[in-house]
Design a protein around this ligand. Sequence first.
Ligand code: ZN
Length: 301
Amino acid sequence: MFDYHYDLLTEVYLNKNNIPKLKEYYSKVYTKDNITGGIFNLFFMSEKEMEEELGIQKQELNLKEMLFAVHKIIEENKLIPEGIKYVYGIEGLDYLEKIDDVEYLYKMGVRSTNIVWNNENKFGGGSKASKDTGLTVLGRKLVEKLVETGIIIDLSHANEKTFFDITDYLSYLKEKGKNIRVIASHSNAKKICDVPRNLTDEQLLTIKKLGGIVSVVGIKRFCKTGNIDEVTVGDFLKHIVYITNLFGGTKQIGIATDDMKYYPTNKEYYDKANLFGIRDAKKVLPNTESKPPFCVKEISF
Ligand SMILES: [Zn+2]
């Protein structure tokens, strides 16, 4: 499967002194019968959360330097097995200093970005920001730059106002003949599980109309509300069936692990937050030798 969302770059950054072990791990994960490609993200929250949850200090928070550092480690150590198709993603552009830095991101291999994570930043509002926070003037410039550069806009994490501000603008740019690329890399159907990170039918259909991909994720709290110990793979599959019916097919549906076991804090919580992780992604694919019944469309690079 192609994993539409995994914070591999953050994992590499956090384990930069433990590369041989990570390499051995990835050689077991990235295989032809498990995960064959993905969008590998560097993930950003507020300064406080970065420090408290990931142990990344304020003075380290430099997007370009962090991206360069992990890219160098990946390349020099041949960290990802040969034949695996991957691009980089940035989840949360809070630390993008200027719009033109998007060109640097592209040069380094970034092909997908979440403009916002859950918090509010200078570009827009995430799912925990105020309902009235939408795409800012600077955010609009950023969207235009991302489209022009050829970077996918990932709508997972945006609040509804920011989501529709972005998609309205993308529709306009599409009508003007621009080549827009949009996904929601790790969100499920709100109709089945009503949490802020999931998408309403209107949002799902907007992505479909724009030619994008909605990638369902095995995070238990996004599959079913209530006790996470009772969530099953069947609950996850319900989202795939629901969106398949809504879309009239599987062509625009993907799968994401968003495996969070790499988190250095709250181990107990993150260890059981997902139904399947990068190591056992094939658990959800009934027959991985052939095409899974819900086809995973790979991004054309
Ligand atoms: Zn996320």
